[in-house]
Design a protein around this ligand. Structure first.
Ligand code: SF4
Length: 222
């Protein structure tokens, strides 16, 4: 059986190293698919990094759905930033020194995404179409991270129990090498991360979609 890499532990080690080094807080570009998935990731990472959420999701076929998810992402970031302003972390997991969060929205280009997955329309969820989808989004994230001079980049996608963290991390590492920016390994679902994202989604009343994003995943749910 294939040996799985513990990317959660790898991230932990990097964060511990950052903590012992002192100096400036590193900048992290966090690719985010939606507010519910990013809720725990942001709550955890904002204590260790200066976070910019990168919203690039051309896989979301329906424009209204794309806008709705983006709107929820912005609403959650605003709520987190209010907590920072008010220094009111009651009820939060860890409260030490959360940093404010910024958001960077990439142009919405679903045509480009459809071109990338052409011929893979009938693949089951989790198959080759998803691999191409991950790569499309993480390539753009790596490019943005390099252009913006970020210290690290990563994605919220590893919080989903339906998404293969081994595959996502392998792609992220490769994209990081290609664009000369450091991939922060992650498996956010671990250590009750997924459970925490459900709690936070309830707490903030976040819209939780019942399909991944593309028209093919939506058709499967209908
Ligand atoms: S199911 Fe999700 S990850 Fe897979 S191709 Fe569709 S949007 Fe992308």
């Amino acid at each position: 059986m294939e040996n799985k890499i513990n990317y959660s532990r790898q991230m932990q080690k990097i964060i511990e190293q950052i903590g012992t080094q002192g100096g400036r807080t590193p900048r992290l570009l966090l690719h985010s698919c939606c507010a519910p998935c990013s809720s725990h990731c942001m709550e955890y990472l904002r204590e260790h990094f200066l976070l910019t959420v990168f919203y690039y999701n051309p896989n979301i076929t329906v424009t209204e759905e794309y806008r709705k998810r983006l709107g929820e992402e912005k609403r959650l970031i605003a709520a987190y930033n209010r907590q920072v302003e008010e220094q009111d972390f009651a009820g939060m997991h860890s409260s030490a020194k959360a940093n404010p969060i910024e958001i960077l929205e990439a142009p919405y280009d679903p045509d480009k995404w459809f071109a990338a997955v052409e011929g893979l329309e009938d693949c089951p969820e989790g198959g080759q179409r998803c691999t191409v989808c991950f790569e499309t989004r993480l390539r753009r994230a790596a490019q943005a991270a390099a252009e913006g001079g970020f210290d690290f980049f990563t994605t919220t996608l590893t919080i989903s129990p339906l998404k293969d963290a081994q595959r996502l991390n392998a792609i992220g590492l490769r994209m990081g090498e290609e664009y000369g920016v450091t991939w922060l390994p992650s498996d956010f679902k671990k250590k009750d991360g997924y459970k925490r994202s459900i709690e936070l989604s309830d707490q903030f009343g976040l819209y939780r979609q019942n399909y991944c994003g593309c028209i093919f995943s939506q058709e499967k749910k209908n």
